[in-house]
Design a protein around this ligand. Structure first.
Ligand SMILES: [Ca+2]
Length: 341
């Protein structure tokens, strides 16, 4: 289990039902812009080929939306009589973070933008999010001088890192969540760093200001030393005391391939519905947890994508940084939520 320590007060959260608890996001040094799988093309230069329709009213196969706003369809068909609709989409097409959609701070951000958890090395800072060329870069790099904090390893934050979430930008001021949803398919397309000590997490918690989280959906948790194992976990029940882990061990991704996912862009998604939660990597279904209203969370959730450095899980497994000067980034092409209507 993960211990989340807020900057303010000693709000301890168990953030992870994973067998080892580790929650945290990565950084990747990917330097080339990704082909964007989703949104339609920018202004088309020049006329279309003679045999192409001058104007289309359809996004084409395996896509949803209305041109030019076309998005890759979820890897699962909607229920009979329903359609997938985009409910949330951040494509990072601008030149800076759109703070109306995402905040670079944790939900539990009283006392500053950043609270860390798992007592890793990282302090989250807005400066560590860079948006350009259609992607967001979440940059993890040494923090100099270090800053004292009970939320960091040995009381000292020695790294600064990036986080993106749909949480409340300023919890103390009572600002609302930027976005929450109940049921749907959520997906991010990312490139994460395969470097020992860096950790990438894409996950969801209830949008509950009391912090009394009963549920947690870990879409993925990735330890940088092993880019082939993508941990997928659902925690539920009283205080998240019960869990369903897709992975039985390292080198196991349920029904999804075990391979180095850090070498290219990867689509990471979860389909959360009233009677099941299913995990997908690059559109391939890895596993499904079946349940009902007593075991499947039915309240609004927030989305979090973040990096950790030498978190508790990595320390326990002795897979921590080998070089305290390393700079890595996790790159994000988009974060989307689709819902059935
Ligand atoms: Ca993009």
């Amino acid at each position: 289990m993960l211990s989340l320590v807020a900057c303010v007060g000693e709000v301890t959260q168990s953030a992870g039902g994973s067998p080892d608890g580790g929650l945290k996001p990565p950084v990747d040094a990917g330097l080339k812009p990704p082909p964007d799988v989703g949104v339609g093309p920018p202004d088309a230069p020049g006329p279309p080929p003679a045999d192409a329709p001058v104007s289309g009213d359809s996004c084409g196969p395996d896509m949803i939306g209305t041109p030019p706003a076309c998005f890759t369809a979820p890897p699962v068909a909607p229920e009979s009589g329903k359609q997938w609709k985009i409910s949330f989409s951040e494509e990072f097409d601008g030149t800076s973070l759109d703070t109306a959609k995402l905040t670079p701070c944790f939900d539990w951000n009283s006392g500053g933008c950043t609270a860390s958890f798992n007592t890793g090395r990282e302090k989250y800072m807005p400066s560590q999010i860079v948006v350009s060329n259609g992607t967001a870069k979440m940059i993890a790099e040494p923090l100099s001088p270090p800053e004292s904090s009970s939320a960091c390893l040995n009381g000292q934050c020695t790294y600064k890192a990036g986080l993106l979430s749909t949480a409340r930008p300023k919890a103390q001021s009572g600002t609302p969540y930027l976005y929450t949803f109940t049921y749907g398919y959520v997906e991010a397309r990312v490139k994460f760093p395969a470097t020992q000590g860096f950790f990438t997490a894409f996950w969801m918690l209830p949008a509950d200001p009391t912090y009394q989280y009963q549920w947690e959906i870990d879409i993925v948790e990735i330890l940088g030393y092993d880019p082939t194992t993508i941990y997928m976990t659902y925690s539920y029940g009283q205080d998240r005391s019960q869990s369903h882990a897709v992975n039985s061990s390292t080198g196991n991704n349920g029904k999804c391939p075990v391979k180095d996912y850090s070498t290219d862009w990867v689509r990471l998604g979860v389909d959360w519905q009233p009677d099941h939660i299913a995990w997908y990597i690059d559109g391939v279904k890895c596993d499904q947890f079946n349940g009902d209203s007593t075991t499947i969370v039915g309240e609004p959730m927030q989305i979090i994508l973040n990096n950790m450095i030498d978190n508790e899980w990595e320390r326990r497994w002795n897979v921590t940084l080998t070089d305290l000067t390393q700079v890595r980034q996790t790159e994000v092409d988009y974060i989307r939520v689709y819902q059935q209507q």
